[in-house]
Design a protein around this ligand. Structure first.
Ligand SMILES: [Zn+2]
Length: 155
């Protein structure tokens, strides 16, 4: 499976890629040079909106894709076209949107103390990140994601 390093400004895209199960790092605290070093060592594809970063990547023989500066749909379409990405719907191996760790599937009983009461009433399937403790479920946010995937697939 392809692995990515998303440049700063691509936080939303990195959350989406993690959601689809792609191992994706997001550049926040480190320099471009460090990002390229890690990408080279770990065989990560660099995603950036900066021509300079793409140029630097190419010079170091790191695969890099220029991301549109417009919308998340445009960015996902561009990745689909360039790399043949498949945005599969759950169930699949999701990753934590916060820390990129692989999520574990949980039953309601296992996470009952960690979720809002209303949520427990309406959902049965949950995922938990063992690194940061965040619990995920296919809530109202999920409808927005489905809409975006549909838009991507129609292009
Ligand atoms: Zn996490």
């Amino acid at each position: 499976m392809m692995k990515f390093y998303a440049d700063s400004m691509l936080g939303k895209l990195s959350r989406f890629l993690r959601f689809f199960g792609f191992d994706t790092l997001y550049r926040t605290q480190i320099t471009v040079e460090e990002m390229l070093q890690v990408s080279l060592a770990e065989n990560r594809i660099v995603l950036s909106q900066s021509k300079q970063v793409i140029h630097q990547s190419n010079k170091q023989k790191i695969q890099a894709v220029t991301m549109p500066t417009t919308t998340i749909v445009d960015q996902l379409v561009e990745l689909k076209n360039q790399l043949n990405l498949d945005y599969a719907l759950p169930p699949f191996q999701m990753r934590c949107s916060m820390c990129n760790n692989e999520l574990e599937e949980r039953t309601k009983n296992e996470v009952i103390d960690k979720i809002p009461k209303g949520t427990a009433k309406y959902y049965d399937v949950f995922w938990e990140c063992e690194v940061c403790g965040k619990v995920f479920w296919l809530g109202s946010h999920w409808e927005d994601i489905k809409k975006i995937i549909k838009e991507v697939e129609s292009r």
